[in-house]
Ligand binder design. Structure first.
Ligand code: GLA
Length: 734
């Protein structure tokens, strides 16, 4: 029997299967989760275990999946569980479990058996497979979900856990997904970082045992490590070659991903909420839904995988992913906390002069009893500071309107300063150990979002701002502290629920905000990129990759972020960080969502002219950067020149950014850089833009090249010490 669902094919095969280690003549149910290029194939074993028998490129004939296990002659799996689709603990299992529980009677065992499965079409090209598993002894069940996005080769996987026992069951571990992959070798690319050093890649061969990527920071959970990773199969994948899986967890709190190379040399990936300090008490008949783990897979290298992922993110994940964005001028680095109405009035004029859409007022505008004049005070007291802003935000917005620019504002609503009226009024809203000394991160503490009253308060901050100022056009939502001394006065004896309930509380607030203000742009900031993930981006239109805006650093950082997030989400600001000229800084910031955080009035006349022209140029091709396909052409880690291009869907209009990333003597682009993603049969003209006033280019913009030539031979942007940043516009000649 074969069921075909448009857009996403799920075949249920009842075949006489030849299974690993044994010849099995009984009917086996095979459930392939297929997308346009790939398959993850599940099989119900004779004993009703649900196993994974294949992960990789899909086969032409789905009937053949059941033959795969028979041709592997690996060592014995004594447990029959190494390739479990959701490994239960405490029965036959000998490896890392996906789920581990303590039943009402104190028993720790679980053995999950297949009961049924179902598939639903969600929309064109999106289907949802659900598989019910039940324990044979305890009244305990898990439903596994596989949401397949056919065209993008992306699958989201999660589980829903429930039971009907008499009393609470403790979930000791409760993963979202469990994968099982067979290959000769596995190479992991993971990321680490710290403030101003986000997204530093490391690649290593996985050896036997378990490699864990995790965080225990509670908020801004990615500060040291994000959940995103890549696994290359057989050998390290390159930009255009090799088999590579990308994965990440849709959870803005503690996560844990275990990668276990098992005794049979296969890779087991188990990802979910971190169970650290979090044994979860699950009441009877209540569902515990884990967050989704997403993955994509390509046999054509990292570039292909990232383009599929970026397209998926724009189409299905990011808030307003297909929409537009605003360019802006931010005042953080030009004023810090030191501003008043007249200073801001000047900055509003500068916003207009520069030619960006919006002025973003940063930290320091609020609190009166403990004015926010430094990062030691005032967080939590969200009334305008009367000394700095005697006429309130409303008058600033009016002033912005007179200058024909929009107005946005910074908030850090989850936080509280020890010196604040909020702390004085509601000490029980603050996360801290009652009997221990307070310990601060950036001189502040975190509010207890597991408490519904705190959720109301945080929602109210945003709601009040919009209610009082309906034309407020942008929010920068910051989150600068991690959680120390995790303790919630609200949760009392249920402290082990805390880390999970914090994130749920945060999402509840964001849901409410988006229900009332569906599309107003919001930047997800976290003293840098300590927070971005695919769950948070469902509520935010963009994120702040790092406080480090040195353009040289940003070339490397944005390169790595771009594997996982499309350019439209990357807020890149031109600042005074770094030693590069304004052109270099602006060109780098253009590879995403452009903004500025500089003192416009201090720019030289030509620097200002350059910026104004560059913004006009950006406005003319930003859609290609935001919605087009990104191709990484020259890796800054592998040579002296970095090069990235974006091309529209029609392959007729593109833009190529090129930078010198090595200042040693005579470093330059010696050889042409092959372009990618063009139409070989089309002809193109390449013209240099973003030229600094008064400078000339040797590039002859009237020459025509075929796509074939540009992709096979390439183009030399003529980058050298005298031309450290070169932006090229690629246009089809008809
Ligand atoms: C964080 C952000 C900065 C700025 C400051 C304000 O560090 O990353 O952009 O908003 O907070 O305090």
């Amino acid at each position: 029997m074969k069921i075909k669902i448009p857009g996403y094919k799920l075949a249920v095969l009842c075949a006489a299967g030849i299974l690993a280690g044994s010849v099995n003549l009984k009917a086996q149910t095979v459930i392939p989760v297929e997308t346009s290029n790939n398959a993850m194939v599940l099989q119900v074993a004779k004993n009703k275990d649900l196993n994974i028998i294949y992960f990789g490129k899909k086969l032409n004939n789905t009937q053949e999946y059941s033959q795969i296990p028979g041709i592997y002659k690996q060592s014995e799996d004594y447990t029959g569980l190494f390739n479990s689709a959701y490994t239960p603990a405490g029965s036959r299992n000998l490896v890392e479990p996906a789920i581990s529980v303590t039943h009402t009677d104190g028993n720790n065992s679980l053995d999950l058996k297949y009961v049924s499965h179902d598939v639903k079409k969600i929309s064109d090209g999106v289907s949802l497979l659900s598989i019910v598993l039940k324990d044979v002894v305890y009244n305990f069940e898990v439903t596994l979900y596989y949401k397949a996005y056919y065209k993008n080769d992306v699958v989201e996987q999660w589980s829903v856990i429930k039971h009907h026992e008499k009393g609470n069951v403790t979930l000791q571990k409760f993963a979202s997904a469990n994968l099982h992959i067979q290959a000769k070798d596995f190479w992991l690319t993971q990321y680490h970082g710290d403030w101003a050093k986000e997204m530093q890649p490391e690649e290593s061969k996985l050896t036997h045992g378990i490699k864990t990527l995790d965080t225990k920071l509670g908020t801004r959970a990615n500060l040291f490590q994000p959940s995103v990773f890549m696994i290359s199969l057989n050998k390290p994948a390159t930009e255009d070659e090799g088999s590579v899986l990308y994965g990440g967890l849709e959870w803005s709190g503690n996560f844990r991903t275990d990668m276990e190379l098992d005794p049979q040399d296969n890779l087991r990936i188990i990802s979910g909420i971190n169970n650290y300090a979090s044994p979860y008490e699950l009441k009877p008949n209540v569902e515990f839904a884990t967050p989704a783990f997403w993955y994509t897979f390509s046999t054509h290298g990292k570039g292909d995988a990232s383009r599929k992922l970026q397209s998926w993110a724009r189409n299905y994940k990011i808030l307003d992913g297909k929409g537009s964005r605003v360019t802006l001028l931010n005042n953080w680095e030009s004023t810090y906390f030191d501003f008043n109405e007249s200073k801001l009035a000047e900055l509003l004029k500068d916003t207009k002069k520069l030619g960006v859409d919006l002025f973003l007022l940063d930290d320091g505008w609020f609190a009166n009893k403990y004015p926010r004049n430094s990062d030691h005070t005032g967080l939590g007291d969200w009334e305008e500071n009367k000394q700095k802003l005697p006429n309130g935000i409303a008058s600033l917005i009016k002033e912005a309107q007179q200058n024909e620019v929009k107005f946005g504002i910074w908030v850090e609503p989850e936080m509280v300063s020890p010196k604040s009226e909020l702390y004085e009024k509601h000490p029980d809203w603050v996360i801290k150990q009652p009997k221990r000394e307070e310990y601060y991160f950036r001189n502040q503490l975190v509010l207890d979002l597991s408490n519904p009253k705190v959720q109301d308060f945080v929602y109210g901050i945003i709601d009040n701002l919009f209610t009082k100022n309906p034309t407020l056009a942008y929010i920068k939502w910051d989150c600068n502290a991690v959680i120390y001394n995790a303790y919630s006065a609200h949760l009392g004896k249920n402290q082990s629920q805390f880390y999970v309930e914090y994130v749920r509380g945060l999402y509840k607030v964001l849901e409410r905000i988006r229900a009332k203000y569906p599309t107003v742009p919001m930047m997800l900031c976290s003293g840098g990129g300590g927070r971005v993930d695919s769950a948070a981006l469902q509520y935010f239109t963009e994120f702040w990759p790092s406080d480090n805006t040195d353009p040289l650093e940003r070339i490397f950082m944005q390169w790595e972020y771009s594997y996982f997030y499309p350019a439209i989400t990357s807020s890149n600001h031109v600042t005074d960080w770094g030693k590069q000229p304004i052109k270099y800084r602006t060109d780098v910031a253009m590879m995403g969502k452009l903004g500025f955080d500089i003192v416009v009035s201090k720019l030289s006349a030509t620097d200002l002219q350059y910026c104004q022209d560059a913004i006009k140029n950006y406005n003319s091709f930003k859609q290609v950067i935001w919605q087009g396909d990104q191709y990484r052409l020259a890796n800054p880690r592998e040579g002296s020149v970095a090069s990235v291009m974006y091309i529209d869907e029609a392959k007729s209009s593109g833009i190529m950014f090129n930078y010198l990333v090595n200042n040693r003597y005579d470093e330059k682009s010696r050889v042409p850089i092959p372009l990618k993603g063009l139409d070989a049969a089309k002809n193109y003209r390449i013209r240099e833009i973003n030229l600094y006033p008064g400078s000339k280019t040797n590039i002859d913009g009237n020459k025509t090249y075929s796509g074939d030539f540009l992709m096979k031979i390439g183009f030399n942007p003529q980058v050298h010490a005298g031309r450290t940043s070169v932006v090229l516009k690629i246009d089809e000649v008809r």
